[in-house]
Ligand binder design. Structure first.
Ligand code: KMT
Ligand code: NI
Length: 178
């Protein structure tokens, strides 16, 4: 399963690992309690297994995103900055990594600590609606991923604020994790 650990909160490049020394690992069961789901499906021949999960979970649409200077052109810097601003969505954020690597940071509750999840090819990660999170490339500077969604693609990031703290999807998330 994918490696997860507490983010060290030290200033510096967001693309650096930011792993404590010694590392403070977070295991899959802790992520599961936060309703963060993950699978590993080898990229070679991934289609049938990803299709099966998509069918079970009602992910009817998908597209591919290429986060790299070459893949994004003029909007690259703005996108990178936006991905790393703490936010939530009113829908799940579902990503299957095709190539490259990066970090999803998710807020633990109630500590409000950042947990960093390192994703690599074959990782399928589902962040629940309402969880506060952000994304960054790592030092390899490129990732390609499938983005799956239940209905129409909707990418609205809601920056964390007093309003999102009482958003019905946020409150629903907190209730769901108890
Ligand atoms: C997002 O919404 O943060 C992204 O799509 C990041 C790139 S996908 C690994
Ligand atoms: Ni997001």
């Amino acid at each position: 399963s994918m490696r997860a650990y507490y983010f060290d909160n030290l200033p510096g490049d967001q693309r650096a690992p930011h792993d404590y020394v010694p590392s403070r690992p977070v295991d899959a069961s802790a992520l599961a309690k936060m309703n963060v789901l993950s699978w590993h499906i080898p990229v070679e021949g991934y289609e049938s297994q990803v299709d099966a999960i998509a069918r079970e979970r009602g992910y009817k649409n998908r597209d591919t995103i290429n986060v790299s200077k070459e893949g994004m052109g003029e909007v690259y810097e703005a996108k990178i900055k936006g991905f790393f601003e703490e936010h939530m969505h009113e829908d799940e954020e579902i990503r299957y990594i095709l190539s490259g690597s990066g970090f999803f940071d998710v807020r633990e509750t109630p500590s409000d600590a950042w947990i960093r999840i390192a994703v690599a090819p074959g990782d399928l990660l589902v962040l629940p609606a309402g969880i506060y999170h952000r994304f960054t490339l790592d030092e390899t500077d490129a990732i390609k991923a499938l983005r799956l969604f239940q209905d129409e693609p909707k990418w609205v990031p809601h920056a964390r604020s007093q309003a999102t703290d009482v958003n019905v999807h946020r409150v629903g998330y907190l209730q769901a994790i108890g």
